[in-house]
Each structure stands twice: as C-alpha cells, then as structure tokens.
Design a binder for this molecule. Structure first.
Ligand SMILES: [Zn+2]
Length: 287
C-alpha cells in the first residue's frame, strides 16, 4: 500500500506510534526490511539519501515500488536529506512519495523560502514534504552529515515556520546525532524541549539520528509525540557484521548462501525497532 507521508503519519499520530524510516541502498537491505515489517504487520518508511540514490540509481525505485505493492503494508518512499531543488525534482520524477528538503544550515528566512518552493511543486503531485529546524549532530561515522555543535530547535520558531511554509512534517533537533555514538559520547535527549515543541504545532514530528540512543529515551519520545524515527546505522551495522563473519569462509561465493544469514541478523534489529516504536500490528489502522 504505497502512500505519501502525510497519509501514513496522520494515522501514527492519532494512535501514538512512530513509523521507522530505514535507509535502504541495496536490494538485500530492502528485502530484509520489507520481510520483517510484513511479519510484524508494521507500517514502514523506505528512506533513501541522495548519495544512496546516486549509488542505486533511479531504476532501483521501480523495484522498491513493486516490493511495497506486493507486501500490502502501508509504506512510503522518502528522500532523506534532499539538499537542493534539483535533487527533489529527481526524486519526484522517479517515484518517491515523500521528500525532505534539508535547509537547516541556511538562515531561517532562506529555509522558509526553499521549503515553500519545494512544497509548491511536491504538493501539486501529492508528494509530502519534510523540513528541518535546528541541526542533527555527527558522530563522525554515519553515512550522513551533521554539525559538531548541535543547534537545538527553538520552540518559538516552530509555529512560525509551520504556518509560513505549510510543511507536512518537521524534523527537530533535540540532541541526537547521525551514526553510532563512540564510547565517550553519550547522547542525552532533551525531552523537555520535545514537549514544548509538541505543544506548538499539530503536524507529525520527526527524530533523526535514532541509531544507538537509549531505548528508554526513544520509547519516551514516541509517547511524547514523535511519529517518525530515522534508523540507518543500526541495521547496516547488523547486516555487515554478519557479512564479515560469513565471509571468513574463503570459498563461499553464492549470494543466496552469503546473504540470508546477514538478512536474518538485520531483521532482528528491525523487529526490535518496530516493537520499541510501538509500530507492530498497526497495519489494521489503515484498512
Ligand atoms: Zn538524518
């Protein structure tokens, strides 16, 4: 059941669960994510970053659409961290149902202007738009960028931003970073800030950099009104750790022998996230 983000998350918001957005840039990862979510009857977001899209190429999106239609679970194909108008148009052209325009490093006024421009074209073809206020940190080892100093989202700017842009969903910065945290870096989420922001606007809120945070804080953020949580590093880590182990065997070479245990290892992380986000068994709300 392919839909846009607004349709997917309005249900999540109503029933207080968050839908995981998994970064997918190989057909093996796609296979594992879709299988696990089908088994859990869990709505899902297939997120693809522009760097990942350059790698898998536009034709990959047709396959993602097929997988989603076959799976019968509610799902969205989302461009993660679109960095320019050109990247947005490319994504819409090849079949994404949702796009993020990340102008969080620009000034507030510039962020408003480009978000409005993206919304004008995206909404014309029923594609949802996510924007970002504040900045996500970096651990230095994620596939995505981030700033060294996190700029926390200022609650008083949120209302104005949403009113002036008409954006569908908003990514907020409350203390997470992209990647896996090194041992000396323990994130602490500003859940107080989340509460304040939640009270300001009605649209679904998004948490980036959801890998390797404490499960307690993540579960709490869902209760406080986060409707979408981005996970990239955690699933890839599980997948490739298993790959390294499997490939210790020097003669193994068939993909259908190498990948199944890697997919299984990754699926257990997907199951865990789905349960943590209260996303299991929510397909029923879309029927
Ligand atoms: Zn992100």
């Amino acid at each position: 059941m392919l839909m846009n983000m607004k349709e997917l998350l309005s249900v999540a918001q109503k029933h207080q669960f968050a839908v995981p957005a998994f970064n997918v840039s190989s057909s093996m990862i796609l296979k594992g994510v879709m299988e696990a979510c089908r088994e859990k009857k869990a709505p899902v977001i297939i997120a693809i970053h522009p760097d990942e899209l350059s790698f898998v190429e536009d034709s990959f999106i047709a396959g993602v659409r097929e997988e989603i239609i076959k799976s019968k679970i509610p799902a969205v194909i989302h461009l993660d961290h679109g960095g320019s108008f050109e990247q947005i148009i490319r994504a819409i052209h090849c079949g994404f149902t949702s796009v993020m325009i990340d102008a969080s490093l620009l000034s507030f006024e510039e962020n408003v202007a480009i978000t409005r421009k993206v919304i004008e074209v995206a909404h014309a073809v029923n594609v949802s738009v996510e924007a970002e206020l504040g900045t996500i940190g970096t651990t230095g080892n994620g596939g995505e960028a981030g700033t060294h100093e996190i700029i926390y989202t200022k609650p008083d700017t949120v209302k104005e931003f949403v009113a002036r842009t008409g954006v569908d969903t908003l990514a907020i910065a409350i203390g997470t970073s992209h990647g896996i945290y090194p041992k000396n870096m323990q994130p602490k989420l500003r859940l107080d800030l989340l509460k304040e922001i939640r009270a300001m606007v009605d649209i679904p809120l998004v948490l980036h950099g959801g890998s390797a945070n404490s499960d307690t804080e993540i579960a709490e953020s869902v209760k406080l009104g986060i409707s979408k949580i981005n996970i990239s590093s955690d699933i890839k880590d599980a997948f490739y750790k298993k790959c390294r182990e499997v490939l210790q065997d020097p003669v193994i070479r068939e993909p259908n022998t190498i990948y199944p245990p890697c997919i299984e290892a990754m699926k257990s992380v997907v199951y865990h996230k789905v349960d943590l986000f209260n996303d299991a068994d929510k397909v029923k709300y879309y029927q």
